[in-house]
Design a protein around this ligand. Structure first.
Ligand code: PMV
Length: 330
């Protein structure tokens, strides 16, 4: 007879304002630099993990379709990690749905592995505190370490498995400080170079990687202080320069990795135009062509209209989102 146990978790996507780019230890997902993000309310992943005592291959479904190949193996390796810690055997059935396009530089892996970490560990009977959960999520995807927390989160690079995890960052509590990200969905197709491959190539070949990594500590300090005092203009300025620096490291890799498209650049120009017109708006980009524009909530419509006029692509507005949570307990 087989006994089943299941859990369902929800985790939200986070967008880095000071980026994680490059692994010091690819096995343990230890990053070169610490990073800081905002968790978003508009995009999340819901994941159910069901363990049975039966042997066999794990089954993984994403948005209703079976996942195969490297994506499936990646999830299975993660499940193995949890199974071995919990002393559990037996196959798992994983069912995951995203409200954000997958693999398009919209940080879908941050919410995906945070939800998977919480659902899997709970279904296995492990009760992990947020720091331990963050360490575990990190082993699936580095950015997932930050999606365990709501609001702003700082992932301390650390130097080993134990010391590399995220924690909440205190933000100014003030109704005037209500930042949002206007996400310009320039292109939601699958990226051609995964962030994992792009990171590896950048670290191994880009002469600009080390200077960028060396500058990250100062960006992080400035960002933390700006979040604490609710200073959107400084947050935006630091986020913009940090993201451009990250993309510069990729452009200098051999061969170059370029996620920008002409429409990406048109949106960046539209943001500069908004600033010249006195609107506080700042951009950041990840491993894909899409642009996230940080602004005050009161300006979200103006920013979305500027994106529409520039490239006519859809936009979504996201404010600060909640921490990962269990919705069905084992
Ligand atoms: O965790 P990954 O492998 O999806 O890498 C995320 C990298 C960036 O999104 C580009 C930056 C970040 O800090 O999230």
């Amino acid at each position: 007879m087989s006994a089943e146990v299941q859990a369902t978790a929800i985790a939200h996507v986070n967008m880095a304002l000071v980026k994680y780019w490059g692994k010091r230890d690819p096995e343990l997902f230890l990053p070169w630099t610490s990073s800081l993000s905002m968790t978003l309310d508009a995009f999340w992943t819901t994941t159910t993990v069901r363990f049975s005592t039966e042997a066999g291959e794990d089954q993984v479904k994403l948005d209703g379709a079976p996942v195969a190949g490297e994506q499936q193996r990646r999830v299975s390796r993660f499940l193995d990690l949890v199974r071995s810690r919990a002393g559990r055997t037996g196959r798992a059935v994983v069912d995951s749905t995203n409200t954000v396009p997958t693999g398009a530089g919209l940080a879908s892996s941050s919410s995906a592995f945070a939800a998977l970490a919480l659902a899997t560990s709970s279904a296995c009977g492990l009760s992990l505190d947020p720091a331990a959960l963050s360490r575990l999520a990190r082993r699936g995807s580095g950015s997932a370490s930050r999606s365990i927390f709501g609001g702003f989160a700082l992932w301390r690079a650390g130097h080993d498995d134990e010391s590399s995890y995220a924690e909440p960052v205190p933000a100014k509590e003030d109704p005037q400080f209500d930042p949002v990200m206007v996400v310009a969905l320039v292109d939601t197709g699958h990226k051609t170079v995964t962030s994992r491959d792009a990171m590896r190539r950048t670290v191994e070949t880009s002469p600009l990687f080390r200077p960028w990594a060396d500058s990250a500590a100062a960006d992080l300090k400035e960002m933390q202080d700006a979040v604490a005092r609710g200073d959107l203009d400084t947050i935006g300025e630091v986020a913009e320069r940090n993201a451009l620096g990250m993309h510069a490291t990729m452009l200098a890799a051999r061969p170059a990795v370029r996620y920008f498209t002409p429409n990406t650049v048109a949106v960046l120009d539209a943001v500069l135009e908004l600033r010249r017109a006195g609107v506080s708006a700042y951009y950041t980009m990840d491993a894909g062509p899409n642009v996230k524009i940080l602004c005050h909530r009161a300006n979200a419509d103006v920013v979305a209209a500027a994106v529409d006029a520039a490239v006519g692509c859809p936009t979504a507005v996201a404010g600060a989102g909640p921490a990962a949570r269990l919705v069905v307990r084992p």
